[in-house]
Structures are given as structure tokens and as C-alpha cells.
Design a protein around this ligand. Structure first.
Ligand code: FES
Length: 397
């Protein structure tokens, strides 16, 4: 029986953290920005500098999407785990802006890394990356960050089912490389949805993976507006739409499987609910939620004066002021309080703390589900207090 959503997210977070811990035990480097030191009050660390990556190739994927192949300017490696993303900073006419883009290359590829970027209408970063970037440009990035995926083990022989919508395919390609290379006894099914045939991204990468791994990888292309003669899937990838594709694949939810979802928010919510109703256990499901960078409406008025924010940890309490316009994370760092964070964009959940009292405004989109927010989760990297606030620190596991 599926767990209620209020119990689902804590289990997913636990699984995510256990995955990161086991990855470290396997010798894989943790995400450089992923502090998890809440509960203690060490001096704040110096801000980590980003890195400069040279664009070595710009591959056009669709009319409005490119793959950027990148090499570190300092010639030092840039290790990442499949499913992670880079945060790219650009200077635009409205000032600096930062956005997260999933890595889509094989984590074992020693020649560099790649991200795939789709231009968002009226976006501040993606149109510049898609339409103006040329070979030789330098990109300022931070990361890699994120913990999307399941722990892998060479001894496993199981089925991985990946469901992607639109540009949600980008981390899936890296994950497929990793899954199929790490677990020789496992198989993978990818269900990928797009509106039209010309919207499909990274098709060559998927073809190369199918050629390399043969029957171990099945790709099911689904189009909302298929051209005449289209023989693969049709329709939207919502709950019933996903069910129809699984029927066509003769695939049913089973306990040993690992599932992955990445795509637009509406698709994720519908597919997540359908899968849980179908009996999928919460720890079988990994979800990556996009943040589009389009903020929702601000509250009518933020407090005009500084708000006190109190952090409760196992070593006691610490209170600092958050000035108007500041986020809780920024104010904490100004006050010398080290809190965990990673992307600083509301996209990864590394800065999550629990609201005890007060109100915190979180501009959408962000990575928290409604169930997590209902349970009191707040993101300090984008959260601004609407009055006095008390937060309980999440202790490291
Ligand atoms: S640091 Fe990634 S969501 Fe806050």
C-alpha cells in the first residue's frame, strides 16, 4: 500500500542522504557545495569561488536547445555524479543571474562535461546560452550539486525505469550511462515525452546508448502531436498517459525496481501520484524538480524592518536579524552562522530546515513538494521571513 505524501518526503530525503553517504563510501566525491553541518556553530567559511569552464563545442539539439561541451579552464577534473547539475552565472542587462542545468554527459568521460540547455521564453539565462554562446566562451559555474538518483551497486540485477518530460531528459542521459555501466546485470526503460518530434533533445545520445547496450535499454518516445505514421507512443505523460505507455511496454510496478522522474511540475505531480497509487514504495522513486526561474507573485508587503530568526539545534539556539530583502541563508552567513546549502537557487533542497513558528515566503518555483511544505520544510536560500521566525535545524544523519 502506498504511503501518504506526508510520510513520503521524509523517506525520500532519508534515501537521498543515504545515497550520498554510500556514494562517499564508494569513494565518489561529494558535491563541493553540499555542507551538512547544521547543529554546530563554526565560523562561517569563506565563500567558495566558482569555476571557469571553456566551451569546446556547441551542438544544436533543436531550434531552441543546445548541448554545451565544457572543459575546466584550470585543467583540473570536474567529477560529478550522474543526476547532478551545474549552476551557470551570466551577466545580463538586468544584472547577474544564475540558473541550474543538469549534466548530460557520461560521468566516466575524461574529456570534459556537457550540459543541455533549452531556451525559456523571456528567460534571463537560457536564451543567452542557447543563442549567443560560441566555442571558446568562458562560463562561470558552481557545483556540481544535487542528489538525483538511486545508489547503484555492481552486484544488482534489477530494472530502472526513467520517465522524462521535455528537457527533463538531460539528467536521464547521464543516469543511463551510469546505470548501465555500473550494474551490468540491470536493465533500463526510458519513457520520454515531448510535444512534437522536433522538440526531442539528445536523440543521438539515446541512439548511441541503445546501440551500445542493446536489449538492456528500451526507449519509448511519446509525442503529444505525433506526425503521420508515428509508430511509438502518443499522448501526454500524465498519470493515465504514463499508465498507457507502461501497458504498451507490458511493464508493471514491482518492488525491486528503481524509478526516476524529471520534467515539468504538472507532469511530475501527476506521475508521482499515479505511481504511488499503483503501489510504488516511496524509496523506489527519485524525483528531480525543475526550477524555471520565473518567480511567482510576491506577497503584498514584506516587513519594512529586520526580522529576528532563531535557529534551534542540538547545541542550543542562535538568533540573528534578517534585513528587508535578505534571504535567511544570506543573513545567517552575514552573522557568521554556517548553514548547509548547495545550489542557492531553490532547486536542490540542501538548505532545507523546519519551520517551528512564524511565516517564511518561498518564491516559486522551487524543489519542495506541497507535502514537504505542509510538514514545515523551508528553503533558507530563497526564504524570506514575514515576521519573527523559529526554525529547527535538521541534524546530519
Ligand atoms: S541550496 Fe539548493 S535549494 Fe537551497
Amino acid at each position: 500500500m502506498a504511503l501518504p505524501l506526508r510520510l513520503l518526503r521524509p523517506l525520500q530525503t532519508l534515501r537521498r542522504d543515504l545515497g550520498a553517504a554510500t556514494a562517499m563510501l564508494r569513494g565518489q566525491a561529494p558535491a563541493p557545495f553540499a555542507d551538512r553541518d547544521g547543529g554546530a556553530w563554526p565560523p562561517v567559511r569563506a565563500p567558495r569561488s566558482g569555476r571557469s569552464l571553456r566551451v569546446t563545442a556547441v551542438d544544436r539539439l533543436t531550434d531552441d536547445a543546445v548541448r554545451l561541451r565544457l572543459q575546466p579552464e584550470d585543467s583540473q577534473p570536474l567529477p560529478f555524479r550522474a543526476g547532478q547539475f551545474l549552476v551557470v552565472s551570466v551577466d545580463g542587462p538586468d544584472g547577474p543571474a544564475r540558473r541550474a542545468y543538469s549534466l548530460c554527459s557520461d560521468p566516466r568521460d575524461p574529456t570534459g562535461v556537457a550540459v543541455a540547455v533549452k531556451a525559456v521564453a523571456n528567460g534571463r539565462v537560457s536564451p543567452q546560452l542557447v543563442h549567443q554562446t560560441v566555442v571558446g566562451d568562458l562560463l562561470s559555474v558552481s557545483g556540481p550539486s544535487g542528489a538525483f538518483g538511486h545508489p547503484l551497486s555492481p552486484g544488482q540485477a534489477r530494472l530502472h525505469v526513467l520517465v522524462a518530460g521535455g528537457s527533463g531528459i538531460t539528467p536521464m542521459v547521464a543516469l543511463l550511462h551510469d546505470i548501465l555501466a555500473t550494474e551490468p546485470g540491470s536493465r533500463a526503460v526510458l519513457v520520454v515525452g515531448n510535444v512534437r518530434k522536433r522538440d526531442r533533445m539528445l536523440v543521438d545520445d539515446l541512439d548511441a546508448l541503445v546501440t551500445r547496450y542493446g536489449p538492456r535499454l528500451v526507449v519509448r518516445d511519446v509525442l503529444e502531436r505525433p506526425p503521420p505514421g508515428w509508430k511509438a507512443g502518443r499522448g501526454r505523460l500524465d498519470g493515465p498517459g504514463l499508465a498507457a505507455q507502461l501497458d504498451a511496454l507490458e511493464l508493471a510496478v514491482a518492488p525491486s525496481q528503481c524509478w526516476y522522474l524529471c520534467g515539468p511540475g504538472g507532469m511530475l505531480d501527476a506521475c508521482e501520484r499515479w505511481l504511488l497509487d499503483a503501489g510504488l514504495a516511496p524509496d523506489q522513486l527519485a524525483i528531480e524538480r525543475f526550477t524555471s526561474g520565473t518567480p511567482d507573485a510576491e506577497p503584498a508587503s514584506f516587513p519594512a524592518t529586520a526580522c529576528p530568526v532563531t535557529l534551534r539545534g542540538r547545541r542550543g539556539e542562535r538568533t540573528f536579524s534578517v534585513a528587508p530583502g535578505q534571504t535567511i541563508l544570506t543573513a545567517a552567513r552575514d552573522a557568521g552562522v554556517a548553514l548547509p546549502f548547495s545550489c542557492t537557487l531553490g532547486g536542490c533542497g540542501a538548505c532545507t530546515q523546519t519551520l517551528v513558528s512564524g511565516q517564511v515566503h518561498l518564491p516559486a518555483p522551487h524543489c519542495l513538494s506541497q507535502a514537504e511544505q505542509a510538514a514545515g520544510a523551508v528553503l533558507t536560500c530563497i526564504g524570506r521571513p514575514l515576521g519573527p521566525v523559529v526554525l529547527a535545524l535538521r541534524e546530519p544523519t
